[in-house]
Write a protein that binds this ligand. Structure first.
Ligand code: MSK
Length: 635
């Protein structure tokens, strides 16, 4: 029965526990919401002013305009780009936190942090045009942070955000400027969207959408800052072997899940848990502290330190249902408010840490960069106390987990390739794209949604494309799905990759002493780390001397759900990537908006959205696009 909700075996094992204990899960609440509002689904409900809400009749019989006169196209476009603004705000606020922390590191005011990857810091400085010769690491740290923060504060609208302009092909940056969608200031761009969509402002749907594209490029800028500065602070991911799914929770340990997005706290929690492990043992847990990840904070610590991933977005309630989770520590984004109520049904402490993300039923331990270590220690102490309340009769840990080889930053990918050609690492990749061993590249990104069967589309699409020799990259909860289902293993490569792809992954794996191939899907990190895939793509494009839209490169978000996913998908399209959505976007109430996003924008950016809910069909469509791109390059 539970197969209707998720293909994850661990979830299927725990849902009956929830049912027996009368604990509502995300799937129960989804059912309670049926039928969902058709106007909302189509994007034609406007709640922007208090004359409303207004809605447009999609069948053409009732009202065709809101009280102010806005038609369906204006309403849909406004709703869509407000979502992009929220996504950009979330990602770039994450980037701002990292940059501000880095600035304090540079000033010597954040003793919990250091620069763990000095070489990366220098590479960032070089990219930003900062001369690093003769400067101390502290000086350089501050300068890199200050320069990055200028992308949030610049007032000269003629000067583009550095992190946008300098990370894409010159041709693409020039095009974005020409279309008027290159942001000069992330915050100003988010504000501009809110302002232009205020009642009585921009009513032209195409002009509104262009504002949204600019917002999406601002989102990209904030994401790039988040990823790159986090690498300098916490280390650049390198391949590591770990595990994924609820079986990583240990009965004999004090289990702490880190959940959300921002690694600033989780990094310190991991360090503190290792340092204070005796605290757990003294409390009677022979396994010590066991840190596990959920969602993208989970991905951050997974790709950097091999911390196992307990689960991804949609099943975030499940770790608590195991009855063996002492604490769930959350930072920001994608945290279900339901966790507070569910934690109260068990001994679990739900711990919020950010002043902007508090949840009824949670204990709040304020986290600031200045008190990071004390906060981490307090969290461990709360987990120890919770452990004393654990009821062994309610412990029910599904013994379901898969091995996962993760940690494929752009540097790690180039590093692995350099074992084949030290002087020109990209050449073997290009040779294999040219000779067809690798037909193209697909980046899996995005969330889970109750509108689909959890994880199914990721798994089926990945297998379908791998069989056609498409190289697979993944981030975010998509990566979580693929890790949980065993597709980040060498065994998966041997089982599912087409002959060409298998040969290439085996050659790289052997050259790197792996005694076998690279995993079938390369885990690049959390959702902000989609920029890692862009940096590989940009390197390929630059080497070939073409722009990104000419490459046999596609993106797929089979369970897109969050406003951040809307922003990411839109910048992917702006960069020239055909981008698949496996859930139906809330835009169908406007033919103009739908046509722009799925067809007309192709003539401008080269990218466009492909909406296909059937994973088998989606695999066919994406492969056809890859073939079209190959033909365009005479391959
Ligand atoms: S956590 S935005 S559900 S990827 Fe990044 Fe997952 Fe999507 Fe949240």
């Amino acid at each position: 029965m539970n197969l209707r909700f998720s293909i994850d075996e661990a979830v299927q094992k725990l849902l009956p526990v929830a049912e027996k204990d009368k604990i509502q899960t995300v799937w129960d609440r989804h059912k309670d919401q049926q039928p969902q509002c058709g106007f909302g689904k189509m994007g034609i409900c406007c709640r922007i002013c208090w004359k409303g809400p207004c809605r447009v009749d999609p069948f053409g019989k009732g009202a065709q305009r809101g009280i102010c006169g806005a038609d369906a196209h204006t309403i849909v476009a406004r709703n869509l780009i407000r979502g992009i603004a929220a996504g950009a705000a979330a990602h770039s606020d994450h980037g701002r936190h990292i940059a501000l922390t880095m600035r304090e590191v540079g000033k010597g005011n954040a003793p919990a942090y250091t620069i763990k990857d000095e070489e990366k810091l220098k590479r960032i400085a070089q990219r930003l045009g900062i001369d690093w010769e003769g400067k101390s690491i502290r000086e350089l740290t501050k300068e890199v942070a200050d320069t990055s923060l200028e992308d949030y504060s610049r007032q000269d609208s003629k000067v583009p955000c550095r992190w946008a302009e300098l990370t894409m092909t010159e041709e693409r940056a020039a095009k974005l400027k020409q279309w008027g969608v290159m942001p000069h200031n992330i915050d100003a761009t988010v504000a501009e969207i809110m302002s232009r969509t205020h009642v009585g402002c921009d009513a032209d749907p195409v002009n509104i959408l262009l504002g949204g594209v600019k917002g999406a490029v601002a989102d990209y800028t904030g994401m790039y800052i988040s990823t790159e500065l986090s690498d300098a602070l916490f280390g650049t991911p390198a391949p590591t072997v770990t595990e994924a799914n609820l079986g990583v929770i240990k009965e004999d340990a004090i289990n702490i899940a880190v959940h959300g997005h921002n690694p600033l706290l989780s990094e310190v929690v991991c360090d503190a848990a290792a340092m204070l492990n005796d605290l757990a043992k003294q409390a009677g847990a022979p396994g010590g502290f066991n840190i596990v990840g959920v969602c993208c904070t989970g991905n951050e610590v997974m790709v950097r330190h091999g911390v196992p991933l307990a689960t991804n977005y949609l099943s975030q309630e499940m770790p608590i249902l195991t009855g063996a989770l002492e604490a769930m520590v959350v930072d920001v984004q994608c945290i279900m408010p339901s966790l507070g109520a569910i934690a109260q049904c068990f001994h679990t402490e739900l711990i919020t840490t950010m002043s902007t993300t508090k949840i009824p039923g949670a204990t709040h331990v304020q986290f600031d960069k200045e008190n990071a270590v004390e906060s981490a220690r307090k969290i461990l102490e709360l987990a120890v106390e919770a452990y004393q309340r654990r009821d062994p009769k309610r412990v029910n840990i599904p013994q379901v987990k898969e091995k996962a080889i993760v940690g494929f930053s752009a540097e790690a990918v180039i590093g692995a390739l350099s074992q084949l050609d030290a002087h020109d690492p990209l050449q073997p990749l290009l040779d294999n794209i040219v000779n067809g061993n690798i037909q193209g590249i697909c980046l899996f990104a995005g969330c889970n949604s109750t509108n689909t069967l959890q994880d199914r589309s990721f798994v089926e699409l990945a297998k379908g494309l791998a069989a056609h020799n498409v190289l697979l990259l993944a981030t975010g909860c998509g990566a979580g799905a693929l890790a949980k289902h065993g597709l980040m293993t060498q065994e998966a490569t041997l089982a599912y990759a087409g002959d060409g792809l298998k040969a290439v992954l085996t050659a790289i794996g052997q050259a790197n002493g792996l005694n076998g191939p690279l995993p079938l899907v390369l885990h690049m990190g959390s959702c902000v780390d989609n920029t890692r895939a862009v940096s590989v793509a940009v390197a390929i494009a630059q080497k070939l001397g073409v722009d990104l839209d000419r490459l046999p490169l596609v993106a797929s978000a089979p369970e897109a759900m969050s406003e951040k996913a809307v922003a990411i998908g839109t910048w992917a399209v702006a960069l020239g990537l055909p981008t698949h959505l496996g859930t139906v976007p809330q835009v169908l109430g406007s033919q103009v908006v739908t046509e722009v996003l799925t067809e007309k924008i192709k003539d401008i950016t080269g990218g466009y959205f492909i909406v296909e809910t059937d994973p088998e069909e989606a695999a066919k469509k994406l492969f056809a696009v890859i073939q079209e791109k190959r033909a365009g390059l005479n391959l």
